[in-house]
Write a protein that binds this ligand. Structure first.
Ligand code: OGA
Ligand code: NI
Length: 379
């Protein structure tokens, strides 16, 4: 018997419909040789290219977060540190502007926390399908959350080669998230919440440093957040081995509906994350033990286009499975975000948006074939 996720969607007539989406992990477990039709996304004459070689000079900047910290005093002996900090801010600006992403090190998140996340994620995916399903509740009214759902909008939509688990992790009072935390393994929620708490500090530091790196006042981005309360959503992505990596995608092209996203990957020695650069898909040079940060649409808006959220996707591998965990950091959903003004810009670029309205529109139109959701916020 095959295993399915139930995905609810609203059809053209405004009616709530349910469609059954195969559980990719179970398909992979059966050692499928053929890719089921619903996962074929590439036309036969345009296979998905697993990796474009990057020019060796095109490295993704790797930022030492400890060096970004503001110095307490600027005495003579601190001169070296101040120079190192200035250097790091330059690298940060180049990563954020040229890639919309960068790697981070010395971020202060203890490695036991990172290992804990990997352990609980593996334990969860190690459960049988029935156990996983029984362990996770469902959101009735929130889109794109819970175990297995994946922007399913119609009966015949092309599906990604992925099983995912999405939860609201913050604010803590967001009790509508309670039903969705897996109850197995029993420490899943506690471990994730610890990671989220640590990550929030890094997000807050980075938002200030990015503003400074763009020669803006340090708080222009962070002021849109309630630093202890703003939303963080957790998405666990599992990409099982795929019989036809040339025909299927792990994750369809998208930009993130966040201000910043923090990504962790495990297992795969060579990554599956690709970014659209100079009109082609390139594999992100992401050593698997590092954390990666990328700009989301909301920071593109706040920065008035000084930064652009990257258009990215995930490709699959034939004999390698891959996990990633994404944390999405957003201002409160009722917040109105204001693009930073720039007297030198003749046209105004972006307009103010209410976070919730931006996200509602994005969810409504996604998936799209190119970066369209952002037009909602353009003048
Ligand atoms: C995402 C995403 C990339 C990855 O979850 O939005 O882009 O490497 N994930 O899994
Ligand atoms: Ni993404």
């Amino acid at each position: 018997e095959s295993c399915f996720h139930e995905a609810k969607f609203i059809d053209q007539n405004g009616l709530m419909r349910t469609t059954r989406v195969p559980v990719v992990q179970e398909l992979a477990r059966r050692g499928l040789k053929h890719l089921p039709e619903r996962f074929v996304t590439a036309p036969p004459d345009h296979p998905i290219v697993p990796s474009f070689a990057l020019h060796p000079s095109e490295t993704l900047p790797s930022i030492d977060v400890a060096k970004l910290r503001v110095l307490e005093c600027d005495s003579e002996s601190e001169g070296g540190r101040a120079r190192a900090r200035a250097q790091e801010l330059l690298k940060l600006a180049s990563g954020a502007k040229e890639w919309g992403m960068f790697l981070i090190m010395n971020h202060g998140i203890p490695s036991w926390v990172l290992h804990g996340v990997k352990d609980v994620v593996k334990e969860f995916y190690g459960l049988s399908f029935e156990e996983k399903k029984a362990s996770v509740g469902s959101y009735m009214s929130v889109d794109n959350m819970g175990y297995g759902r994946n922007f399913v909008k119609s009966q015949d939509q092309c599906l990604d080669w992925i099983d995912r688990l999405t939860m609201k992790a913050a604010p803590k009072e967001a009790t509508d998230g309670l039903l969705v935390w897996p109850r197995k393994p029993p420490n899943f929620r506690q471990v994730m919440e610890k990671y989220v708490e640590e990550a929030r500090k890094v997000f807050n530091e980075l938002l200030q440093a990015i503003a400074e790196a763009l020669s803006l006042e340090r708080h222009v981005f962070l002021q849109n957040f309630e630093p202890n309360k703003s939303e963080i959503n957790v998405r666990v992505n599992y990409y099982p081995p795929c019989p036809r990596p040339d025909l299927a995608l792990g994750l369809t092209p998208h930009s993130d509906a966040s201000a910043l996203t923090l990504l962790m990957q495990f297992d795969a020695t060579a990554g599956g994350l690709q970014v659209f650069r100079d009109m082609k898909w390139v594999t992100v040079p992401w050593p698997h033990h590092m954390l990666l940060v990328n700009v989301g649409d909301l920071l593109e808006i706040m920065s008035n286009g000084r930064l652009e959220s990257p258009w990215h996707r995930v490709v699959t591998r034939m004999d390698v499975e891959r996990f990633s965990v994404a944390l999405f950091y957003n201002p409160p959903s009722q917040a109105e975000i204001e693009p930073v003004r720039d007297e030198t810009l003749s046209n105004e670029g972006y307009k103010r948006v209410v976070v919730r309205e931006y996200l509602q529109n994005l969810y409504k139109i996604s998936p799209t074939t190119d970066k369209q959701a952002i037009n909602f916020a353009k003048v």
